[in-house]
Design a protein around this ligand. Structure first.
Ligand code: HEM
Length: 404
């Protein structure tokens, strides 16, 4: 596109409150922004000013993969946002640009590849069997979240990280305190310090070692002076906390299967279709509210004929990109046989989610265990009575009351 075709009239700024959404409904404000798009302007409940929003699949991939959009530059700004608090840690993986970002991510990459996560598959399956067995032994009804969907990802991420089983509970408590804003910033800061001290010990103990868990990989990278101990601890913290995202996502996944029994029946009858079906559910599930972290344009650019100026903040919506009709025909329909399915639920570009393969593995094991071992599984309450988290950044059920 040449200079003459760039439009200088800017779209109006739309206020995007975080509406209380029910169940797994797609956010109607985002649906409006997609219709109004492809490039719109938004104002979220916290922070200052407005930011651009891109929602089309190709544009989302462009913004997330082009070094002219910087994450590091977000650090010094109070960009309009959903989260009430914004206390970015300098040097944290979410706020680095290449080459520092690449250096940090490379230190743990081996543990998170499809092959890397296979290392914990058998152990994970064993822990899951135990959790499901305990739930079955106690008899119905049960809260699937408390019994399985919460403890399982914690156990798995601890195994992958190299955190001893005895420290699991503490890790979970710290994670909850760090993520919750209701206890105040001090409480969550203290939890961060304590979790950090625990990881500093674990990583220090493994410095120069050859183990395959994440603490060992970080220890080895510190030993080779590729990363500092502080960087290693910061990364360990984010990976540990990120590990619990699967609880919310699989909570939504089972809510979908329990409210659309025809999908669950198909997965029971055709187990070989499960990996592809899980990817389709990952595409469709509205994982988060609004949008996550923005990026800052480092130079004047244009997207679809709209001029973005250097210094402007730009958000992408992966949820919207996953419903782009040019890429996903009939995007609002869950089509378990959808192929190809190049969804961006785990992000795109250098900041793509390191936990994607782990989340897939855990979701597969969960679907296998829960569908195969609990054939009569059903919601114990009407769907509208399933409590969903309120005011959270990541969406999911608070509890999933089930019977069988
Ligand atoms: C179904 C579950 C999950 C979903 C849908 C999900 C989704 C995402 C998305 C969309 C991003 C942001 C990409 C961006 O900034 O552009 C992200 C980043 C991240 N996720 Fe996940 N995630 C999940 C599970 C996990 C797990 C299991 C872990 C831990 C192993 C994890 C750790 C992280 C970390 C550390 C980042 C920041 C990466 C960076 O900025 O370089 N996530 N995730």
């Amino acid at each position: 596109m040449n200079e003459e075709t760039i439009t200088e009239s800017v779209p109006p700024v739309r206020y995007w409150p975080a509406p209380e959404l029910t169940g797994v409904d797609f956010d109607p404000v985002l649906a409006d922004l997609m219709r109004e798009g492809p490039v719109t302007r938004i104002k979220l409940p916290n922070g200052e000013g407005w930011a651009w929003l891109v929602t089309r699949f190709d544009d989302v991939r462009l913004v997330t993969n082009d070094p002219r959009f910087s994450r590091e530059a977000v650090m010094d700004r109070q960009v309009t946002r959903l989260a009430p608090h914004f206390i970015p840690a300098r040097g944290a993986v979410g706020f680095l640009d290449p080459p520092d970002h690449t250096r940090l991510r490379r230190s743990v990459a081996a543990a998170f590849t499809a092959r890397g996560v296979e290392r914990v598959r058998d152990q994970a399956r064993g822990m899951l069997d135990e959790l499901v067995g305990t739930m079955l032994a106690a008899g119905p009804p049960a809260d699937l979240t408390a019994a399985v969907l919460s403890p399982f990802p914690i156990a798995v991420i601890c195994a992958l990280m190299g955190v001893p089983a005895a420290d699991r509970e503490r890790m979970h408590t710290w994670t909850q305190l760090i993520l919750s804003s209701s206890q105040g910033a001090e409480v969550s800061e203290r939890a961060k310090q304590e979790m950090g001290a625990c990881f500093a010990d674990l990583i220090g103990l493994r410095e120069g070692g050859t183990g395959e868990d994440v603490a060992s990989l970080l220890g080895a990278a510190v030993g080779r002076e590729e990363i500092t101990l502080e960087e290693a601890v910061g990364l360990a913290l984010l990976l540990q906390i990120g590990g619990e995202a699967v609880t919310n996502n699989s909570g939504q996944l089972f809510y979908v299967l329990l409210t659309r029994p025809e999908l669950a029946e198909r997965l029971r009858a055709e187990p070989e279709t499960r990996p592809a079906a899980i990817d389709e559910l990952l595409r469709w599930i509205p994982h988060r509210n609004a949008v996550g972290l923005s990026r800052i344009a480092l130079e004047d650019m244009e997207i679809r004929g709209v001029r973005i100026r250097a210094g402007d903040a730009v958000y992408v919506s992966y949820l919207a990109a996953n419903r782009d009709p040019d890429v996903f025909p009939d995007p609002d329909t869950i089509d378990l046989s959808r192929s190809p399915n190049p969804h961006v639920s785990f992000g795109f570009g250098p900041h793509y989610c390191p936990g994607g393969q782990l989340a897939r593995l855990e979701s597969e094991l969960l679907v296998d265990a829960v569908l195969d071992r609990v054939p009569g599984l059903a919601l114990a309450v009407p769907p509208e009575e399933v409590p969903f988290k309120k005011g959270a950044l990541i969406r999911g059920p608070e509890a999933l009351p089930v019977t069988w």
